[in-house]
Each structure stands twice: as structure tokens, then as C-alpha cells.
Design a protein around this ligand. Structure first.
Ligand SMILES: [Zn+2]
Length: 189
């Protein structure tokens, strides 16, 4: 858990440095580490009990059945928990700020490289990027995480971190999913 605490402090500091108005999470994080699927049962709804990690906003809880206390993607959800972003931005930000971590199991750099590689090569990613409406239908798709993280990453590169957070917290926060995608695509044209 020490590793998580250091990571959290660093993530909070790096946002606040660029965007002093940032509101850090107001409630203490509950980080539950289980050692098997059944441990997580009591925290999940029946239909998704097999999930291995999740951030539950209502009670500030990260459930971690696999990462042993250091799941960066879920920690970023906690860092941003005072803001209610739409699903597309919320997952894209968690993926981007955790260094591309969409799933647990590989290093940050590898995950990010994998996303970029897929976006260049994988048909489902390419289609998703060209037809972003498809990303917003149905359940959470891995392509949605990747495409959102990539668009945010490119936009951050273009405008710099301070402007990126300003737009994110003062403008995109109030946008729908479709409007956020449209905004990012237009800005990147
Ligand atoms: Zn997530």
C-alpha cells in the first residue's frame, strides 16, 4: 500500500502543479484487497461479481482482487472522484493519467504502446476512431478506453498540460460523450 500512497500523492501533485484550482478527493480512499473472486462478491452486484477491480464512487472504494494494492487506473478514478465526467472522458482520463493502463498486468509503458499500436493496426480500433458513435453504445469497450486516451493524449500534447486541465475541468466536464469526442476531433484537425 505504500507504493499506492506514493503514487497517489504524485498524481495529485502533478495535476495541482498545472491546475491550482483542482479539487482533490474529499473522502478518504478505501482500498480493499481481496485474494480471490469470492472475496469481492459482497461488494459487487451479482451480474458483475467476476470483475477483478473497480472504483466505486459512492463510497470511495477501490476493489482490487488481482493487483495486490497497486492498480493505477482505479487510483486515478479516485483522484478524479470529485468531478463527474462522462463515461468516455472518465475512462480515457484514467487510462491516460495512469500511463495507458487499461488493464492490469503489464507495465505502464507497455500498455500505452499497446494502445497506440492497436490504434494504428487493429481494425476494431481504427473503425472505432472513425465511427466514434459505436464506442458509446452498449457496455464499456476496450476500444473506448484506448480511443479516448489517445485523443486526450494528442490534445494534451498540442495545448500543453496547463491548458489541457483548464479545458478539461472547466469545459469538457460539462460536455456529453458525443460532444467531447467532437470537440477533441475538431481541435486535433
Ligand atoms: Zn476505469
Amino acid at each position: 500500500m505504500e507504493k499506492s500512497r506514493i503514487y497517489l500523492a504524485g498524481a495529485l501533485r502533478s495535476i495541482r502543479d498545472k491546475y491550482p484550482a483542482f479539487m482533490p478527493p474529499s473522502k478518504k480512499l478505501q482500498y480493499v484487497i481481496g485474494n480471490g473472486y469470492f472475496n469481492s462478491l459482497e461488494y459487487f452486484n451479482f451480474y458483475n461479481y467476476f470483475s477483478t477491480f473497480r472504483f466505486i464512487k459512492d463510497n470511495n472504494t477501490v476493489i482490487d482482487v488481482i493487483a495486490g494494492g497497486y492498480y493505477r487506473h482505479e487510483l486515478i478514478h479516485y483522484v478524479l472522484s470529485n468531478y463527474k465526467f462522462n463515461k468516455f472522458l472518465n475512462e480515457g482520463m484514467a487510462a491516460l493519467l495512469s500511463g495507458g493502463e487499461v488493464r492490469y498486468g503489464s507495465s505502464t509503458g507497455e500498455d500505452w504502446k499497446e494502445i497506440q499500436g492497436r490504434i494504428a493496426m487493429d481494425k476494431s480500433y481504427i473503425n472505432a476512431l472513425n465511427n466514434t458513435d459505436s464506442l458509446l453504445m452498449g457496455s464499456y469497450k476496450p476500444e473506448m478506453y484506448g480511443v479516448s486516451a489517445l485523443l486526450l493524449h494528442k490534445y494534451r500534447q498540442k495545448v500543453g498540460e496547463a491548458q489541457f486541465y483548464k479545458i478539461l475541468f472547466e469545459k469538457l466536464l460539462f460536455f456529453s460523450e458525443a460532444a467531447s469526442i467532437q470537440f477533441l476531433k475538431t481541435e486535433l484537425e
